[in-house]
Design a protein around this ligand. Structure first.
Ligand code: FAD
Ligand code: SF4
Length: 467
């Protein structure tokens, strides 16, 4: 195929469930490319010599390399190529913000649509799984070194996968009863099916990683206990799952949830599978979700699927400043979520039984940019009004999970309680203790957690081999 023909191919659309039907079920929204659509999309890649897309990927997947294999119809080869640097492609193909990473750098995006790199990544990972053709890479012979990984989110899973391949004995300690971190308790089924996360974790187990769930480090064992037990190094990937609130009146009313609790009840405790699982969750009819990020979108779309008549998304800045992925905002609006922009709640109103029945809001306008570079929302005087709501989900950010820091003497943290670690190696103030992911950076993304996980694994390998 010559260059002109490639340039004339349009970006292949992603087939999706119909918006009305999907707003009442938890099945995955995008349905995935067919093999033909994947080959056509792959043929749009012009195989640039400079490969700028790779720079945009925190784990440096050989993007033109795997796309070329798809063009040739070698889907299994393409999956293997991705797995050289990314152990979790089915997850990244679904939840990475590609539009600000690899696809942003794609030269085809300069004059038109970039190559749909994420959709192609998802396609080959799903193809490989559906064929049962998942290959196990060569594992180095045993080094006799033991590594403990605390937390089984994307950071911990990446560290574990990289180190086990190098011949180390790796054990993951996870506080919850199911491994996967935010991938299972936060991101809902309709964006990331649980079976896919389970399959990726099974792959790591096949490589030899041991996974111990319901093991809260800091309670059951401390980091020092792990060293006393013969571990040579410890990686901390405990995430930033501590809910934060706005400190406004009425936040302790029944029916006011943190997004973390709301999503955990729905996802991990399977309230979304009612009546098979009868997990208590308020199925509000008029639900307000406070916030403008991915977490807020997930909570709002979950509320709609749990049967709400109205779901309002209340965000204090304008649409341009919303941190959520554009695709998620678009999906939410298609499903009937009402955006109330430049609006903030100032108090929640309860009834005599202590349940939330309404909230008072205030309109905002945008002033000068703040430290984040986004224009600061300023309250508009006299613009207060009340709304009737029976459920509120607060999704305005999270903080560091504090337990390990408070039980590990000599582990330095910053003023917000996040662990201080070297950007390149993950090395903390304690010898042999490494950290990465949200517990170091604050809430970020799956692929950034995986990127630092790769660097930390390399540093841990060098450290334990020098002992
Ligand atoms: C609702 C939601 C939606 C999101 N959507 C996206 C998205 O679309 N795309 C994207 O890229 N990112 C998204 N993110 C962000 C992304 O999921 C996180 O940045 C990423 O999961 C961080 O990975 P991590 O490994 O650092 O921590 P986590 O995924 O938070 O995992 C930490 C794990 O450590 C465990 N743990 C904590 N303390 C202990 C302890 N003391 N002992 C043992 N285990 C412990 C926790 O139970 C958890 O399983 C989303 C986040 C949320 C909450
Ligand atoms: S930048 Fe785009 S067109 Fe160029 S190699 Fe990467 S994916 Fe292909």
């Amino acid at each position: 195929m010559d260059m002109k023909e490639r340039m004339n191919i349009q970006r292949q659309p992603m087939p999706e469930q119909d918006a009305k039907a999907r707003s009442r079920n938890f099945d995955e929204v995008p349905l995935g490319y067919t093999p033909q659509a994947a080959i056509t999309e792959a043929n749009r890649c012009i195989q640039c010599k400079t490969k700028p897309c790779i720079e945009g990927c925190p784990v440096e997947i050989d993007i033109p390399g795997f796309i070329n294999l798809i063009s040739n119809g070698d889907f299994t080869g393409a999956a293997r190529k991705i797995k050289e640097t990314n152990a979790l492609p089915a997850i990244c193909g679904r939840v990475c913000p590609q539009e600000t990473q690899c696809e942003e750098k794609c030269v085809r995006g300069k004059k038109g649509d970039s190559v749909a790199i994420g959709r192609l990544e998802r396609f080959v990972a799903d193809f490989e799984r559906s064929q049962g053709s998942i290959s196990i890479p060569e594992i180095a012979s045993s080094t006799g070194k033991k590594v403990a990984v605390v937390g089984s989110g994307p950071a911990g899973l990446t560290v574990a996968g990289d180190l086990v391949k190098l011949g180390h004995d790796v054990t993951i300690f996870e506080a919850l009863h199911i491994p996967g971190g935010v991938l299972v308790y936060g991101i809902p089924e309709f964006r990331l099916p649980k079976a896919i996360v389970a399959a990726e974790i099974d792959y790591l187990k096949k490589l030899g990683v041991k996974v111990l769930t319901s093991h809260v480090i800091g309670r059951i064992f401390t980091v020092d206990d792990l060293f006393n037990d013969g571990f040579h190094a410890v990686f901390l990937g405990t995430g930033a799952g501590l809910p934060t609130f706005m400190n406004i009146p009425g936040e302790n009313l029944n029916g006011v949830y943190s997004a973390n609790e709301y999503l955990t009840r729905s996802n991990l405790m399977k309230a979304y599978l009612f009546p098979e699982y009868d997990t208590p969750i308020v199925k509000g009819k008029k639900v307000a979700v406070i916030g403008g990020g991915n977490v807020a979108m997930d909570a709002a779309r979950t509320a709609m699927r749990l049967g709400a008549e109205k779901v309002y998304l209340i965000y204090r800045r304008s649409r341009v400043e919303m941190p959520a992925r554009i695709e998620e905002i678009h999906h939410a609006e298609e499903e009937g979520i009402e955006l109330h922009l430049l609006t903030t709640p100032i108090r929640y109103i309860g009834n005599e039984k202590g349940w939330v029945v309404g909230m008072e809001c205030q309109q905002m306008e945008l002033g000068e940019p703040d430290d984040s570079g986004r224009r600061r929302p300023v309250p508009k005087k006299g613009s207060e009004y009340t709304m009737e709501v029976d459920t509120v989900v607060v999704a305005v950010g999270t903080g560091a999970n504090p337990l390990v820091q408070s039980t590990t003497p000599g582990l330095n943290t910053n003023k917000w309680g996040y662990i201080i670690a070297d950007e390149e190696t993950g090395q903390t103030s304690r010898k042999g203790v490494y950290a990465g992911g949200d517990i170091v950076t604050g809430a970020a993304t799956v692929i950034l957690a995986m990127g630092v996980g790769r660097k930390a694994a390399k540093a841990i390998h060098e450290y334990i081999m020098s002992l």
